[in-house]
Design a protein around this ligand. Structure first.
Ligand code: G3I
Length: 345
C-alpha cells in the first residue's frame, strides 16, 4: 500500500529524530578500569585511531575515546591528500579538531603520516624530481610546524618496505631515490625538534623478510646520524595469530636503541563471527598486549579503531569484520576484557 507524500514525510522526520537521538546518546560505561588507567602503572600509553566525523557527531564515541585512551592517532585526517589537497593550500580543520579534543582529554597525539604512498593529492603526480623534493620538504615543514608542541610522535614515513623485503617502489623512491627517507626525518626534526620521529611499517611484526629489511634500514639510518627515535609496527592480523617470533623481533629492534610502538593493532574475523571466533580473537589481542609489555622499549600500544562500527576492516575488506574491541553498539567483546586482564597482570 502506498504511504503517500505525508506518510513519507513523517517517516523521514522520524528517522532523522531517531538518528539525532542515537548520536546524542551517552556511552554506556564499560566495565572495570579504563584501558588508559590500566596502562598507566605499566608505563604504557594506550591509543586508538580516531575519525573526526565520529568525534564531532557521536557523543558516545567521543566519551569512550576520552575515557579509555591516553593517546589518539587520526586515522586519515593528517594524510597528505587531505591536509594539502592543493599545493600550498593547507586544510587543517579536521586534524585540528582531533588534536584539540585530545588536548581536552589529556591525550598524546600520534601524527599519521607525512610520507605515504596512499591518499596522496593528485597534483603530486605531475611533479618531477626537483619539484617532488621541494614539495615534500615544504609539506613536512608546514604540517609538523603547524602541530609543533602538540603532536608527540610522528609516523614520518609509512610502509616504505614492500612485501618481499625490498624498498617499496613508491613515487618517492622512484623519483627521489632511497635517500628520501633520511631527508623526511631531517625535515621533520627541523620543523619540531621535540617531536619523536618514527618509521611505521606493516607486516613487520615478526621476523620475516620485511622486518629484516626494516631492521637493516633503521640500523643504517641510526649509523648515519639520521634523527629517528622509534619504530612503529602496525599489527593488522587475523586468527592466524601473532607469529612466535613477535617478541624476539621487538627485542632486536629495541637493541638498536629505538623506542617501539604497536601502532595499528586489529584482529580481522571472517563474518559472521562465531562465539568461538570472538574468544580466539581475544587470545590474539592478549598476545599482542603481553608481547609489548614484555619489552621495555615498547611504550605505546594503539588499536586501529575501537568499535566494529568504525573500522576499516568492516568497510574495505570483503567478508571480514568484527576486528576491534567493542561491537558496533559499543558493547565490550571478549577482546576488550582480554586486553584489560593482560594489562592488569
Ligand atoms: O573521504 C572519502 C569520502 O569523501 C568518500 O565518500 C568515501 C567513499 O568511499 O571515501 C572516503 O575516503 C575513504 C577514506 O578512508 C576516508 O574514510 C577511502 O575511500 C578509503 O580508502 C580510506 O581508507 C583508509 C585507508 O587507510 C586508505 O589507505 C582507512 O580508513 C584507514 O583505516 C587506512 O589506514 C591505513 C593506515 O593509514 C596505514 N596502515 C594500513 C591502514 C589500513 O589500510
Amino acid at each position: 500500500m502506498a504511504i503517500g507524500a505525508a506518510g513519507l514525510l513523517v517517516l523521514i522526520v522520524a528517522l532523522v529524530v531517531a538518528e539525532g537521538l542515537r548520536q546524542g546518546r551517552n556511552a554506556k560505561p564499560l566495565p572495570g578500569p579504563s584501558l588508559r588507567e590500566l596502562g598507566q602503572p605499566r608505563g604504557l600509553s594506550i591509543g586508538t585511531a580516531v575519525r573526526v566525523d565520529a568525534l564531532r557527531n557521536e557523543k558516545a564515541y567521543r566519551q569512550l575515546v576520552a575515557a579509555q585512551f591516553s593517546s589518539v592517532t587520526p586515522e586519515n585526517e593528517m594524510k597528505w591528500g587531505l591536509v594539502e589537497p592543493e599545493r600550498g593550500k593547507f586544510r587543517f580543520e579536521a586534524a585540528d579538531a582531533i588534536v584539540d579534543a585530545a588536548g581536552s582529554a589529556g591525550q598524546a597525539v600520534r601524527g599519521h603520516t607525512l610520507v605515504y604512498h596512499h591518499q596522496l593529492p593528485g597534483w603530486l603526480g605531475g611533479l618531477g624530481r626537483a619539484g617532488l623534493r621541494a614539495a615534500t620538504e615544504e609539506h613536512i615543514r608546514r604540517v609538523v610546524g603547524h602541530y609543533r608542541g602538540r603532536v608527540a610522535v610522528w609516523d614520518v614515513v609509512n610502509e616504505v618496505i614492500g612485501d618481499r623485503g625490498g624498498l617499496r617502489r613508491s613515487p618517492f623512491a622512484a623519483k627521489l631515490g632511497p635517500d628520501y627517507i633520511a631527508q623526511a626525518f631531517r625535515a621533520a626534526r627541523r620543523a619540531d625538534p621535540a617531536a619523536r620521529l618514527h618509521i611505521n611499517e606493516a607486516g613487520a611484526d615478526a621476523i620475516n623478510p620485511r622486518s629484516d629489511r626494516l631492521y637493516a634500514l633503521v640500523r643504517s639510518l641510526k649509523a648515519s646520524g639520521v634523527p629517528i627515535d622509534g619504530v612503529g609496527l602496525q599489527m593488522h592480523v587475523d586468527l592466524a595469530g601473532v607469529p612466535p617470533t613477535y617478541v624476539a623481533n621487538l627485542r632486536r629492534f629495541a637493541a638498536l636503541g629505538v623506542e617501539l610502538a604497536i601502532t595499528e593493532a586489529d584482529v580481522a574475523l571472517k563474518l559472521p563471527a562465531s562465539a568461538a571466533d570472538l574468544r580466539a580473537q581475544a587470545r590474539v589481542y592478549r598476545t599482542i598486549v603481553r608481547g609489548c609489555l614484555a619489552v621495555k622499549a615498547c611504550r605505546s600500544l594503539t588499536f586501529w579503531g575501537f568499535t566494529d562500527g568504525r573500522s576499516w576492516i568492516s568497510e574495505t575488506r570483503s567478508g571480514l569484520g568484527a576486528a576491534t574491541l567493542l561491537d558496533a553498539a559499543l558493547r565490550p567483546k571478549p577482546a576488550f576484557r582480554a586486553v584489560q586482564r593482560a594489562l592488569r597482570r
